[in-house]
Design a protein around this ligand. Sequence first.
Ligand code: FAD
Length: 461
Amino acid sequence: MTTYLPTFDDNLLERLRGAVRGDIIEPDDPGYDEARKVYNAMHDKRPAIIVRAVDAGDVIATVDFAREQNLLLAVRGGSHSVPGHGTCDGGVVLDLGRMRGIRVDPEARTVRAEGGCTWADVNHATHAFGLATTGGVVSSTGIGGLTLGGGMGYLARRCGLSCDNLVSVDLVTADGRFLTCTEDHHPDLFWAVRGGGGNFGVVTSFAYRLHPVADILGGPTFYPLDGDVMRGYRRLIAESEENLGALLVVTLGPPLPFLPERWHGRPVCAVITCWTGSEAEDDRVRARLAEIGPIVGQHVGRIPYPVINTLFDALLPAGLYHYWKGHFSRGLPDPAIDAHLTYGATIPSLESATVIFPIDGACHRVGPEETAFVYRDSDFATALSPALTTRADCEATIDWTRDYSSALQPHSAEGGYVNFMDQDDQDRVRVNYRQNYDRLTELKQRYDPGNLFRLNHNIRP
Ligand code: FAD
C-alpha cells in the first residue's frame, strides 16, 4: 500500500477504521483524487488519509489519531479556504462534508447545523420557516470556516456577523474532549471561536439565532466604473436603514441578458442589493439605487432570500485559481476609491472581483472585546478576490493583487479579515486580532498547547 507517512503503523489505522463510521480514503483508493481536491485549484496536496466523518464520534477518533501520531491535521468544512487550509501533504484531512444535518426550531428562532453544512443547506432549511441568519454570499461556502472567522453577508448590517448570531457550538478540542460552548458553558472557548477561526477545535455543530427574513428585494445594478458611483454607494450605506444589505463589486461586465453587450468584459461597478424591509418601500430603494449613478443594467426584483445567495454561484465553481487579500476601513476614503479605479481598470478576469462588504449597524453594537472578532470600528471589509480559469497567468495576478493591496493599505486598518487573507498573510495574524491577540494566545496555550490545529491563520500557543 502506498503511504505518505514513513512511520505509519497499520495497527493504528485498523484501530481508526474500527472507530470511524464514515469513509477513510487512502492514496491507493479509487476516490482519492476526487476526495483530496479543494475549492481553490492553487492547492494540489496529497494527504496520507482523508477521513470523511459522519458524526462527532468520527471527529473525536480522527483528532485523537492525528494527535497521538503527531500528524499534520487539516480540517475541512465547505472547502472554500483560499489559502487551502482544508488540505495538507502527508497528514490527515478531516472532511466534515458528510455532516450536514440541520434542525430548525421555529419557536425559539434558532437553527442547529452540523459542521459540514454549506450556506445553501442552512438558507434552504430556515427559509421554510421565513427565517434566516447572516451567511456568505456564495451558497457553496461552508458555514464552518466562514462563521469561525466572523462571517459577513447581506444581513450583517441588520443582524450582525454570523459569529454574532451563534448561541452555542459543539466543539471537539485537541485532547479529544467534546464540549458544548455557550455564553455560560466554557465561555472562554465560546468567545474564542467567534472570530478566532479553527484554532481551538473542530466544531461538529453550530447553533444560530434566526431573524424573520423571507422574500427580499434583491439583485445586481450595474454602473460604469467611476469614482462618483463609488461615492454614491458610500452615501447609500451611510444614509440607509440597516435592513438594506448592499455589496459594492468592482468587476468586468458579465455577458448576461440584462447588461447591454457593449458593457460585456468592460470594468464596471455593481451594487448587489438585499433589501429586507417592507415591500411597500421597494420603490424608494430602487430610487436610491438610481441616485448612485447612471444605471447601465439592472436585474432587481422580489426573490426568496436564499436566491440572492446563489447569484455568484455559476461564476465561481470549484476549480478556479484564487489569490486573495483582505482589508478593513472606516468609511471608504477617497484615496481608496482612487486605488479601486486604478486597479479596477485592469481587473484580470470575469471571475475576478473586488467585493466591499458593509459591516456597520448591528456589527458595531458588539464591542471589540466581546468576541474574538475585533474590528468593530470598521465600516467596510474589502476582499480583493481575483480568480482565474487556468494557472497560466497566476503569477502576474498575484503581483497585481499584492500591488493593489499595497495601494489600499495606507487607507485601511492595519489588520484585515482573516477569511479574505491568503497563506502569505500569516505575519498579519497579530494585527488581525489587535488587543484580543494576547487573550487568544493564552486560550490557545490552554486548549491546544501542541498546536494540533495549526492549518489556519495560526494563533501560536
Ligand atoms: P474550509 O476550507 O472547509 O475551512 C477553512 C478553515 O476553517 C479550515 O481549514 C479550518 O481551519 C476551519 N474550519 C472549517 N470548518 C470548521 C469546523 N467545523 N470546525 C473547526 N474548524 C473549521 N466570507 C465571508 O465572510 N462572507 C462571504 O460572503 C464570503 N464569500 C466567499 C465566497 C467564496 C467563493 C469564497 C472562496 C470565500 C468566501 N468567503 C466569504 C471567505 C470564507 O469565509 C472562507 O473562505 C472560509 O474559510 C470558508 O469556510 P469553509 O468551511 O468553506 O472552508
